[in-house]
Write a protein that binds this ligand. Structure first.
Ligand SMILES: NC(=O)c1ccc[n+]([C@@H]2O[C@H](COP(=O)([O-])OP(=O)(O)OC[C@H]3O[C@@H](n4cnc5c(N)ncnc54)[C@H](O)[C@@H]3O)[C@@H](O)[C@H]2O)c1
Length: 705
């Protein structure tokens, strides 16, 4: 026997696979052989007994997994944190283990009932006693870690498990003597891998391959320089031997059927205690509030999923469900994250969903001063399309010029503190820019059930693209265009050259002529092809009437560019009588402003095309100001640009033949956007026909009902 090292084991008298609570158990119910299990367990027992003291706890009927004593609790010195099993199938083990610990004189700490923690299966001491590695993600909750740190007076390093085959930390992670670590990196998220790499130098890290991981090579018992495991590849054995470890393999295949091996079958009850190590856990906790149609708009699910996906955990402290169809719900959620950085990332995403940090907790945002023009402080808050408010002197202050991907600058004015969005390039030395996520909230408009259904219908309906469904969406859009025009509102059209190629030019021209369009945004191409069609009857060399290529037609667009260049601008060409029809003719004639943003693939360009992209962005931003509706027609490039500049609340209608483009453009998480997957030429012809119907005297003369 090496020393005073002690283990707790439990004979497999009642062991069997009786239920499925991990992927290893799948298909193995009652498939393990009790005789073989007893034989394998006894071999392991003797190997350990030769090297340490082994205590035994009495096996009990009805709790077959009690054989896996690693999950009894976590012991340090005289203290033990008793396990709180996640699955009800194992909760029956708790009183038996508690009884055993108490009978041995341990001081037993018990976690709250709804806070799972599965003992030394999910908590492994560094073998030098410097800290405790604690896993979470499948069985144990992150929120248990601060309590463990406090009760055992140790530093806890939280590691998030990502692969359900390795559902407990001890299935993929095994600290060894002298600071070595045997582990399977793909079982952890990126943050946890970084943490491991920070604490364990490369020369001490023994990363294993999947082949060994699935044989539970990490589920090993380490006693001084001996490592006892189910099975290891020749390569792994060599690596361990090369650094002075003796590897003992002992088959534990019957236990693998339940998802456990050597380490799971043992609980080390003598762990190194270091006097200089004290309680510490980097876990941060915040309380947020959410309000709105949390259930039926799916906001609460999205928030909770997001917290977990980003490595945090949550506890719903309060949930008040709105009782009527239109009434809103509210929730108060405790969010925990393994570090400050992880918390900031989670919070910034939650803010986008409309979550608010408990207001009384934060009275002022944090800001830093710009030191170099055009460059924000590192941790600057990146804005979204949603109306945003920031906390100043314990009051919420509205942010002006709302747009996506900007910084928020706060300034003192005679009227008090103001806040507004500023693009990075516009930041000036001395500007005070908000950093971090504290004291920021986005205001999500409460949507009615009808509005949500309408949006879902519009998008999903268009997604399946049945013609009748597209027609229904078009009817709705036509009605809105009509309303906006009649009320003196503003519609901005963003269009790509496909509008012309698909024969939509005449319809768009008509919309402009009839006052449905207040600004037009595009690139060089739409103007070139529109004018090519007006002047030569082709679009990209294709005869638009007959649908066939015209000989020499591929040069047409260059001839048009040349002509316009000669006149100095599109407007001049209209005035000179050279351009007499088409989309841009109508814009000039009807005083509809347009902006053409240049790109690297532009021929010419036209004199009107703005090749200075910063200026082009400014022109676009100016023209979309005050828009009630933006109609995006088959131009991914320009539509995405416009989407980024547009605050929530402006209705967006995106038409594209590619569902992925429509999804990207209309997925703003708000009712204001609607996507239509269809041919843009067809869409425009339907739209114009519908508008004609709305205004036709025949229709007005129809009897109501
Ligand atoms: N000769 C030129 O100068 C020239 C020619 C072409 C493009 N460009 C420039 O390149 C840039 C990008 O051009 P873009 O906007 O054409 O390209 P884009 O790729 O950004 O967008 C084209 C969109 O049209 C969609 N689409 C294709 N066929 C469709 C149909 N029948 N109905 C509905 N949607 C359809 C596509 O799915 C795509 O999303 C612009 O700046 C443009 O001016 C210049």
């Amino acid at each position: 026997m090496t020393s005073e090292i002690r283990f707790l084991m439990c004979a497999p008298n009642h062991y069997d696979v009786d239920y499925v609570i991990n992927p290893w158990m799948e298909g193995n119910i009652h498939k393990s052989s009790r005789d073989r299990a007893v034989e394998q367990w006894e071999k392991l027992y003797h190997i350990i007994k030769e090297r340490a003291i082994v205590d035994l706890v009495q096996p009990q009927v009805g709790v077959p997994d009690m054989v896996f004593t690693a999950n009894a609790g976590l012991v340090l010195g005289e203290n033990v944190v008793l396990s709180r099993f996640y699955h009800k199938e194992r909760q029956g083990e708790e009183p038996f283990f508690k009884q055993w610990f108490e009978s041995q004189g341990y001081h037993v700490f018990e976690l709250p009932k709804d806070l799972p923690f599965e003992g030394a299966g999910d908590a492994l001491f560094d073998r030098e006693g410097r800290w405790l590695w604690a896993g979470y993600g499948f069985r144990s909750e992150l929120d248990s870690h601060p309590l463990i740190a406090k009760w055992l007076d140790v530093e806890v390093l939280s590691l998030r498990l990502m692969d359900e085959r390795f559902y407990h930390l001890d299935t993929c992670f095994c600290p060894l003597t002298d600071g070595y670590l045997l582990y399977y990196p793909p079982a952890f998220d990126a943050y946890s891998n970084r943490l491991i790499e920070l604490r364990v130098p490369p020369s001490r890290r023994i990363a294993i391959a999947e082949e060994d991981a699935v044989n539970f090579a990490c589920n090993a018992v380490n006693i001084d320089r001996t490592v006892i495991m189910n099975q290891a590849s020749a390569g792994l054995k060599q690596r361990l031997q090369a650094i002075g470890f003796e590897v003992i393999e002992t088959p534990l295949t019957e236990f693998l059927k339940a998802g456990g091996a050597a380490k799971c079958l043992t609980l080390r009850v003598t762990e190194p205690v270091r006097a200089e190590v004290h309680a510490n856990a980097a876990i941060e906790t915040r309380i947020i509030q959410m309000e709105g149609h949390l259930l039926d708009a799916g906001l609460i699910n999205r928030a909770l999923d997001l917290i977990v996906d980003m490595g945090g955990s949550f506890q719903v402290l309060n949930f008040n469900l709105g009782v009527q169809r239109q009434s809103t719900s509210s929730a108060e959620i405790k969010v925990s994250a393994p570090s400050h950085d992880a918390m900031e990332e989670i919070m910034s995403q939650l803010i986008d969903l409309g979550a608010v940090p408990r207001p009384q907790e934060i009275c002022d945002i944090n800001w830093e001063t710009v030191e170099m023009a055009g460059v924000a402080p590192d941790d600057f808050y990146v804005t979204t399309i949603y109306p945003t408010e920031v906390r100043v002197n314990c009051e919420w202050v509205k942010v002006h010029n709302q747009r996506m991907d900007a910084a928020i600058v706060v300034s003192n004015t005679p009227d008090g503190v103001t806040a507004r969005c500023k693009l990075l390039r516009d930041l000036q030395v001395g500007d005070r820019v908000i950093v971090g996520v504290e004291g920021i909230r986005t205001v999500r408009k409460a949507e009615s059930r009808e509005q949500r259904n309408a949006q879902e219908f519009g998008f999903m309906g268009a997604g399946v693209s049945s013609e009748r469904r597209v027609e229904l969406v078009v009817e709705q859009i036509a009605w809105e265009l009509r309303q906006i025009r009649d009320q003196g509102g503003k519609v901005v059209v963003v269009a790509g050259p496909v509008v012309i190629h698909t024969g939509g030019g005449e319809h768009l021209s008509k919309l402009i002529r009839e006052g449905y369009v207040q600004a037009l945004l595009g690139g060089n191409a739409i103007a070139v092809h529109d004018m090519e069609q007006a002047m030569l009857g082709t679009s990209l060399g294709v005869d638009m009437k007959r649908g066939v290529s015209v000989r020499g037609g591929h040069r047409h667009h260059l001839k048009v560019i040349n002509t316009i260049r000669r006149h100095g601008s599109i407007a001049n060409a209209v005035e000179a009588g050279v351009l007499t029809s088409g989309v841009f003719y109508e814009c000039v004639k009807n005083n509809v402003p347009f902006s053409l943003a240049g790109s690297i693939r532009d021929d010419g360009p036209l004199p009107d095309t703005q090749m200075n992209l910063v200026k082009a962005q400014e022109d676009y931003a100016r023209l979309i100001q005050g828009a009630d509706l933006i109609l995006m027609l088959s131009s991914m490039l320009h539509s995405i640009g416009v989407g980024n500049m547009t605050p929530a609340g402006v209705r967006l209608v995106c038409v594209d033949i590619n569902p992925a483009v429509v999804t990207k453009l209309s997925d703003r998480g708000s009712v204001e956007s609607v996507g239509v997957v269809t041919d843009v030429g067809l869409f425009l012809s339907l739209l114009v026909r519908q508008l004609d119907k709305l205004t036709s005297p025949y229709r007005l003369a129809q009897p109501v009902g």
